[in-house]
Design a protein around this ligand. Structure first.
Ligand code: TRP
Length: 409
């Protein structure tokens, strides 16, 4: 007999949002402040934990590697149960990684790259399997998009993801509209999850209403299912393994629900590592968005486009005149070029030097913009070289249902 859902964690999901609070949910991210989302406040609201110095030190100790700059600089700023994952590793036990993407435009942008770059690093330091879900069904429900179009976008985006450099022997990429029909175990887990969550609960978590299409109402079970290893029998047999999910913080509602359901399905609660958002070119009030060409740097932009976009649109924390700037200095915390360097410039010393010189007024906005362009352009060029090699055939290998290089008995 299955028992009723313990609703403790779900009861917390109906968040008490105040009028001035930042908006962060799977569909909207916005802040009224120049410095962007108040992530400290979000940790309190969501009830997750801060990635603190102690956790970073443990990361380094357990992996024997220096922490990734995205972790050290507080860009992956929050977590749930990350210590449990490190305990598992210390005990010589296994876990796997799960992340995903809702295909939304022909090309991904720089912001989309963040969780994937970090996931790649996690996969390397922990040497574990990774499953990547492309929620083409989600986009068909939410956007004015046919099933065929969303599938096509899923395949295009999957190529963009492969180009990040994931190891074929350790990575399985799937799109819902194909995989769910091929894998009854996945569908069975969906049904198990659907049995555990009421309409009232998803209303509270996601704000669904009476006029939302019914596909939306069940969709959270589809994003939850990959957090249960039995949804991938080809990889894990029927072994129940813990999972770590790196994702942007806006995806947390899905996984609060998943964590609540996991006890009922007799699985460990999924652990999470949450990232903040790469700000839009115009400023930190909004995140980079695929639907706004001028707000975003796309992975298929040319070097010239990148240069123009940063020079023309990147919000500056500098002063209106050179004289004033020399006198008062700039503010890197609202300056978008600086923010991009924080995300992409790996060298800590160089970054600290730029910060100091900008604050003192020695470095001008134009020079800071140039530093951002010089940092991002080669990253994108190298990425584009890898992307050019991802043929249909290469993609097919990643998306084929198969055993990975790990054995589970
Ligand atoms: N809903 C996510 C999006 O719109 C896609 C997604 C599915 C995802 N599964 C995930 C993201 C797991 C992070 C982790 O982008």
């Amino acid at each position: 007999m299955e028992e009723p859902v313990p609703i403790a964690e779900i009861a917390n999901l109906d968040l008490d949002v105040q009028e001035d609070d930042d908006i962060v949910d799977p569909w909207n991210v916005a802040s009224k402040s120049d410095t962007g989302i108040d992530y400290e406040k979000l940790i309190k609201r969501f009830g997750c934990s801060k990635v603190d110095d102690e956790l970073i030190a443990r990361f380094e100790k357990v992996t024997g590697k220096p922490a990734h700059h995205l972790l050290k600089r507080g860009i992956f700023f929050s977590h749930r149960d990350m210590h449990s994952i490190l305990n598992i590793v210390e005990a010589g036990k296994q876990f796997y990684l799960y992340t995903g993407r809702g295909p939304s435009s022909d090309s991904m942008h720089l912001g989309h790259l963040i969780p994937f770059l970090f996931t790649k690093w996690l996969q390397e330091v922990f040497d574990v399997p990774l499953v990547i879900q492309l929620t083409d069904d989600e986009k068909a429900f939410w956007k004015d998009m046919t099933v065929e179009t969303s599938m096509k976008m899923a395949f295009d985006n999957a190529k963009d993801i492969v180009a990040v450099g994931f190891d074929l022997e350790k990575t399985f990429i799937f799109n819902d509209l194909t995989y769910i029909g091929q894998c009854p175990e996945f569908y069975r887990n969906m049904v198990r999850i659907q049995k555990c969550v009421t309409f009232n609960q998803v209303k509270g978590i996601f704000g669904f209403g009476d006029s939302d299409v019914i596909g939306k109402i069940t969709f959270p079970s589809i994003q939850a299912a990959p957090a249960f290893s039995t949804s991938f029998p080809a990889i894990f047999n029927d072994k129940k393994l813990p999972v770590l999910i790196p994702c942007a913080i806006d995806q947390d509602p899905y996984f609060r629900m998943t964590r609540d359901v996991s006890a009922r399905l007799k699985f460990p609660k999924p652990a999470l590592l949450h990232s903040s958002f790469l700000p839009a070119l115009q400023g930190a009030q909004t995140k980079m968005s695929a639907s706004d060409v001028n707000a975003s740097i796309f992975l298929n932009d040319t070097a010239k486009q990148i240069k123009n976009k940063i020079n023309k649109h990147a919000f500056s924390g500098g002063q209106p005149t050179v004289e004033e700037h020399r006198l008062k200095g700039g503010n890197p915390d609202i300056d978008i070029s600086y923010q991009y360097l924080k995300f992409f410039l790996e060298d800590d010393e160089k970054l600290a030097d730029i910060r100091q010189r900008y604050i003192s007024g020695e470095m001008l906005t134009g020079e800071l913009k140039k530093a951002a362009i010089d940092c991002i352009s080669p990253i994108i060029t190298e990425y584009q070289e890898r992307r050019a090699k991802v043929t249909d055939d290469v993609l097919k290998q990643y998306m084929t249902i198969r055993k990975l290089k790990f054995d589970y008995k």
